[in-house]
Write a protein that binds this ligand. Structure first.
Ligand code: SAM
Length: 294
């Protein structure tokens, strides 16, 4: 089923009217609360009942194909003292692939530097660990590979998580959060200087600005408006964060197409322009609109 199909089915089953133009900041809007509970049931769908379109098992090859160029080199050059966090890891397949002998065959150059490889943390709201995850974790040194769950990124303190050289997010928290600017603040708080955040969004107005929404009659999946209501591209918003260098790349071979973002932290004075969420409709991923705060 298409993304729109899933969104429509969820919508029809639950007979939800369109949401009002904005939500109250305290989350007391019943329409928003309903979308949140629909989203929760998507996260917690299990077995045969995993909602169609909610993909939880992308491989490292899929990550390399979707994320910005440079991600594979960054990963291949991590040493044993470095750390990689995957936000919204699903089953953690990309991390598992990193520890296979096949990975070293694919990237023979950095092998000596990598040694026993970087430490990795997979984060997911729901626990999707598989027997393969447990087997791999048992075969590695303690803490080499960790799976943390039951909380969203924003619910972890900086101390709890520590800092990372590489952070990835493939249609995870960056695509699903209703608090996008706080999400970016937290990501940049746990990113080391010169570290990289690699992520994507599906179906957004790209930096070049030549694309239209993938589903005729629907908006882009994530939209940002400036204070005067004028549209702002996600790439432009990311570039307005201080102390980061950002590149944005289109990925038209994905359906819906992606925009891939590389955010490199270059100094400590990070300031993320704050956004208010004004629309959130549950889905895989949800449809979201944000507005720049004054
Ligand atoms: C569609 S799955 C993607 C899984 C994996 N990246 C893949 O491509 O197969 C979405 C993942 O994002 C997680 N997620 C969504 N919002 C999150 C947040 N705010 N913080 C942490 N994880 C989040 C979900 O729990 C789930 O693990």
């Amino acid at each position: 089923m298409t993304n729109t199909g899933i969104r429509l089915v969820v919508l029809l089953i639950l007979q939800t009217p369109w949401l009002p133009a904005s939500y109250s900041a305290d989350g007391s809007n019943p329409a928003f609360n309903l979308e949140v509970s629909k989203q929760e049931s998507i996260y917690h769908s299990q077995g045969d009942r995993v909602v169609e379109g909610y993909t939880i098992d992308r491989s490292l090859k899929d990550y390399i194909r979707g994320l910005p160029s440079g991600f594979d080199d960054s990963l291949a050059n991590l040493g044993p003292k470095d750390r990689w966090l995957d936000i919204g890891a699903g089953k953690g397949q990309a991390i598992l692939d990193y520890y296979t002998p096949d990975y070293d065959l694919m990237y023979p150059e950095g092998r000596a530097l990598r040694g026993k490889k970087a430490q990795t943390v997979a984060m997911s709201i729901e626990d999707r660990r598989t027997p393969l995850w447990r087997q791999t974790a048992a075969s590695l040194e303690p803490k080499q590979i960790q799976y943390i769950f039951n909380k969203r990124l924003r619910e972890y303190s900086l101390d709890e998580l520590g800092q990372f050289q590489v952070i990835t997010d493939v249609i995870g928290g960056f695509s699903y959060t209703d608090t996008l600017s706080q999400f970016m603040e937290r990501v940049l708080g746990i990113l080391k200087i010169n570290g990289s955040f690699y992520t994507v969004l599906q179906d957004v107005h790209t930096e070049e600005g030549t694309n239209k929404p993938f589903y005729a009659g629907s908006p882009f999946l994530t939209e940002i408006a400036k204070t005067d209501g004028a549209k702002m591209k996600v790439c432009e918003w990311l570039k307005s964060i201080s102390c980061v260098e950002v590149t944005c790349e289109s990925r038209t071979d994905w359906k819906p197409p992606l925009e891939a973002f590389h955010v490199r932290k270059v100094c400590d004075g990070v300031a993320v322009p704050a956004l208010d969420m004004v629309h959130y409709e549950a889905g895989t991923p949800p449809e979201r609109r944000f507005k720049l705060k004054n």
